[in-house]
Design a protein around this ligand. Structure first.
Ligand SMILES: Nc1ncnc2c1ncn2[C@@H]1O[C@H](COP(=O)(O)OP(=O)(O)O)[C@@H](O)[C@H]1O
Ligand SMILES: Cc1cn([C@H]2C[C@H](O)[C@@H](COP(=O)(O)OP(=O)(O)O)O2)c(=O)[nH]c1=O
Length: 217
């Protein structure tokens, strides 16, 4: 299948502002007259969202093997690609996705310690060469992001999912892995300083979207 639309992903640790800025990216692209499909991972389709439940369920007494976690992430991704992402790109829509495979390298790789080669093998199997055209990495120290997350948890009266229950060292490893990936592929990544006012973050995102020649040609 020939890919015609563009594929943009938002990445970063917990509470850095992905969901908030996702709406901004979608609105900005739509204002340019582009058809946008907004989605997220793990999830994005009913079956993949059912897998998300299994992945995020905090059930304290139930252990999930790290290999099972990794495979379930890619199982959800395979479903999401086949059912939603690839058909949208094929008809020319742009897909904006809240997290994708860089999250697997950051969380299952950096956080859980799974070797990158195993993730690469699954990526090749499931994605068959598809990678995002642009990845906005919202970057800030986990300690500052945690404060935002705590206020969100308070406001929305939600509980912590399996990942949100992890400790500081885990989130530091996730951030380090994300930054290392951005350094490896600077042509794909835009590193956005998320530790500034929302207006400043959105101004940086707008400049990135408008300025990436590879997106528009
Ligand atoms: N630049 C910012 N400055 C201050 N608060 C922010 C900023 N961006 C997002 N927030 C707030 O931080 C919380 C987490 O943002 P959210 O978009 O849900 O993050 P994520 O999806 O990355 O977990 C929300 O309450 C949001 O309103
Ligand atoms: C896509 C993906 C997500 N995840 C994790 C990261 C998040 O903790 C969780 C998804 O939760 P999400 O609600 O998207 O994150 P946030 O709390 O930042 O809004 O799944 C992985 O571990 N690997 C992956 O490949």
């Amino acid at each position: 299948m020939t890919k015609r639309g563009r594929f943009i992903t938002l990445e970063g640790g917990e509470g850095v502002g992905k969901s908030t800025n996702m709406q901004y990216v979608v609105a900005w692209l739509e204002a340019q007259g582009i058809e946008v499909v907004a989605t997220r991972e793990p999830g994005g389709t009913p079956r993949a969202e059912a897998m998300r439940q299994l992945l995020l369920d905090p059930a304290p007494d139930e252990w999930l093997h790290t290999d099972a976690e990794l495979l379930l992430m890619f199982a959800a991704r395979a479903q999401h690609l086949a059912e939603k992402i690839l058909p949208a790109l094929a008809r020319g829509a742009w897909v904006v996705c809240d997290r994708f495979t860089d999250a697997t390298y950051a969380y299952q790789g950096g956080g859980r310690g799974i070797p990158a080669e195993r993730i690469e093998a699954l990526e090749a199997f499931v994605q068959k060469g598809l990678t995002p055209d642009l990845t906005l990495l919202l970057d800030m120290p986990p300690s500052a992001a945690k404060q935002r997350l705590e206020s969100r948890l308070r406001d929305q009266h939600t509980t912590r999912d399996r990942f949100e229950q992890e400790q500081t060292a885990f989130f530091q490893a996730v951030r380090d892995a994300y930054r290392a990936r951005a350094a490896q592929s600077p042509e794909r990544f835009a590193l956005i300083n998320a530790d500034q006012s929302l207006a400043a973050v959105q101004s940086d995102i707008r400049d990135t979207l408008a300025g990436r020649a590879t997106l528009w040609h």
